[in-house]
Design a protein around this ligand. Structure first.
Ligand code: PGA
Length: 259
């Protein structure tokens, strides 16, 4: 039987000043101590160190280890150097970052990140010890043309499937249909399940059954407290990557408690 992590990951995107972010995390630490799911917070770079310090002090004083892990929202594929405005994996590691969101549709669209660039980012992050949360997903046009499975398959082939089996086993996948992101329109639990199953089958074909069964596949796109339970109870949906609803403690805690 599979042994997959159940994950509630927040993606703050470009939201929250430093003090707003810290206040939110304090509340989340307080209210998620008993949780069964792993919580990952994808915060802006300026928050990483402050959030890491809060998690560490909760662990040392609370008697109960916080289940919160830190994610960045981007990284570069080069070690270091003349890349103004970019951030390196070593920099992220130096403040305790364990995950990095890569391949989000907003980065693909607004910052022209291709599968080729993403394949380099993924490989570099894993080689240093940061686990990618690799996003894939189709637009409404592609879904309507009924070629979404091929489209996502291509994203995985070109962005991820160059990895060795050992490297791939570090990856978390987030299936995020673009038509559901920030739109209030969620994929139905059946649509999510069907796509997650396709993705798991693709992984199985490439890396075998064990790896496929152990890969966490998150759903993203307007996850809210009132739909999280139905989505997360699907057999191949191992949690969510949550944008808007992760910016509010009540909503995000309700989603975390939906497992
Ligand atoms: P949303 O964003 O929950 O606001 O739709 C999800 C995401 O983009 O990761």
């Amino acid at each position: 039987m599979e042994n997959r992590l159940q994950i509630a990951a927040g993606n703050w995107k470009m939201n929250k000043t430093y003090s707003e972010g810290i206040e939110l995390v304090k509340e989340l630490i307080e209210r998620t101590k008993e949780g069964r799911a792993m919580v990952i917070l994808g915060v802006p770079f300026i928050h990483l160190k402050g959030v890491a310090d809060l998690i560490a002090s909760a662990d040392s004083t609370g008697g109960q280890t916080s289940s919160i892990k830190l994610a960045a929202q981007n990284c570069h594929y080069e070690e270091k150097g003349a890349f103004t405005g970019e951030i390196s994996v070593d920099m992220l590691l130096s403040v305790g970052t364990e995950y990095v969101i890569l391949g989000h549709s907003e980065r693909r669209e607004h910052f022209k990140e291709s599968n080729e660039i993403l394949s380099k980012k993924v490989e570099h992050a894993i080689s240093k010890g940061i686990a990618p949360i690799f996003c894939c997903g189709e637009s409404l046009r592609i879904r309507k043309a009924k070629i979404h499975v091929d489209f996502v398959s291509n994203q995985l082939n070109e962005g991820l499937f160059h990895l060795s089996k050992e490297a791939f086993s570090k990856v978390v996948i987030a299936y995020e249909p673009i038509w559901a992101i920030g739109t209030g329109e969620t994929a139905t639990p059946e649509q999510a399940q069907s796509m997650h199953k396709e993705i798991r089958t693709l992984i199985e074909r490439k890396y075998g059954k064990d790896v496929a069964q152990n890969t966490s596949i998150l759903y993203g796109g307007s996850v809210k407290p009132d739909n999280a339970k139905d989505l997360f109870s699907q057999p191949d949906v191992d949690g969510g990557l949550v944008g808007g609803a992760s910016l509010n403690a009540d909503d995000f805690v309700a989603i975390i408690n939906s497992f």
